[in-house]
Design a protein around this ligand. Sequence first.
Ligand SMILES: [Fe+2]
Ligand SMILES: [Fe+2]
Length: 190
Amino acid sequence: MRTAIEQIINDHEHMARLLDFLDFQMSGYREGSERRPQLDIIVDALDYLHQYPDVFHHPLESKLIARLRPRLTKREYRVKFDLIESQHQQMITMTAKLLSGFSAVASGQVMPINLLLANYTLYSNLQREHMALENQFLIPALEDLLTPEDLLLLDNDLKQTPDPLFGAHLWQAYERLYRNMLEWEVQPTV
Ligand SMILES: [Fe+2]
Ligand SMILES: [Fe+2]
């Protein structure tokens, strides 16, 4: 059984892979690009980010941060954890906005694509900065301060919310996304 810490580390690796692929897809919208972006794949990727990291991954981290706070001795860690928490709120709002924007484009509505792309760039940069911050401060604090009892309490959460894209069972809704991402990883065209 995977522990919550291992799950978070794995999720970060998976999210970084997905962001690389999504960056590639978005680059199809840039001026001069000879490739058309696959809008249905972009919507699937944003939908996944909305359904799993925003619903499970970040809330799990927030739960762990709340548990760790009374045990923290360094002020620096408190400040970093506050920043991580405020980024969680920011990113969850941004994913929802991007998903509704790109879904609107997919359904034929006229949307300011340059604004959507600018928002995506902010989002993807923030996601990467956020993961780097968590890898530097949150993961070591979890490894130092969580007890085996803490980890046992989280087992149920992990069982109840499997990752629908990178987990043991790939959901049908994300099959197309997964297949396209793997194909691109084997043979990136940019
Ligand atoms: Fe997070
Ligand atoms: Fe995270």
